[in-house]
Design a protein around this ligand. Sequence first.
Ligand code: PLP
Length: 431
Amino acid sequence: MKNLQKNDPAAYDAVKQELKRIREGIELIPSENFVSVNVLEAMGTIFTNKYSEGYPQKRYYGGNQVVDIVEQMAIDRAKELFGAEHVNVQPYSGSPANMAVFFALMEPGEKFMGLDLNAGGHLTHGSPVNFSGKLFHCIPYNVKKDTQILDMDEVREIALREKPKMILSGLTAYPRKLDFEAFQKIADEVGAYHFSDISHIAGLCSAGVHQNPVPYCDVVTTTTHKTLRGPRGAMIMSKIEDKYHDKYHPESKKNLAELIDFNVFPGIQGGPHDHITLAKGVAFGEALKPDFKNYAEQIVKNAKALADELISQGLTLVTGGTDNHLMVIDLCGNDLTGKGKEVQNALEKAEIYVNKNTVPYEPASPFNPSGIRLGTPAVTSRGMTENDMKIIAKGIADVVKNHEDETILNDVRKRMQELTSKYPLYSELDI
Ligand SMILES: *Cc1c(COP(=O)(O)O)cnc(C)c1O
């Protein structure tokens, strides 16, 4: 970054500071990851300059011969990775990807089902403050109060009663596996589209560590920057045929693939970000390599090790553990109801990065929730394994139990820095 260093020292300095922060700290926010230097390089290319509204071979601007190759490469690799019939790699991020799907499948005011936000659903799954809850009629489904686990019989009962046009399966803070086949059966039974949002678990699904919903669903969206370890962005995968064409779109000449594409561009987006498309292709290429399967398996092993040790240290986890890459500490178990923000800040002082989160049937409020969400994708990318998770879990437990004791926070911070110093991060970068 010699040019930035010389010509914009303030911007350069910000990069240096952030690099120091991520090198020293323990990154446990489950939606974050560390992309490869290949992905970083691809994002910093001249493709940021280009306009290419439309799709490969059907553009509204000239000079897209090379961009067509780049976009087709990303599409082909994504198809291979997930076994998808159709892929749109243009969505700017997860939320716009989901918006395009809503507009493709539903009319404003129509009914759909999504996982309750407090139980681990995403804002775009029907929250009243989000377009999905404002423009569409969300019927939430929830986890069981006693087990905090999804009950598919209950999902089915709600679907039979409400007859939604779409059922959304997906999670952002639910620590257990989703049974996409069971969701699909329910959707078929009530004649609803099945839309799955695998933003968090895409890397696990592509590697076979979690069931892949693509064979079952009408539409699947995912961000590319979480477990999939690509650039910030998203994609939409779908079947080509619209199963409910005659029922829901009798006048439309478009199949499902065309409906999705049309609702991304020109529906909600203009020109795609071609430098990000290149980086998506690079990341998909990495995820296709055998090594990525080992990575995904290690994410889950690390999550289990972290969860087991947190429980041994006397903390309570939502559902009692994890099957995927994330877990939620229920602070109510340590008399810290509504103290998620305080504990998050205390952990930050110890250079452990997590985020506060609601717990199912949250007894406090979304602003002062009672949970701490954490996960292992980023520390696993650094090369950490089960033994390191034990050290981290002990540090977390010490902070949770003593979150106002600066001496202990300082001591944990030193232990965490000692650990991270053994796992160099981005040492290849010339910054
Ligand atoms: C992260 C996430 C999104 C949103 O992605 P953004 O890129 O932040 O817009 C959507 N759905 C789920 C399930 C997510 O976890």
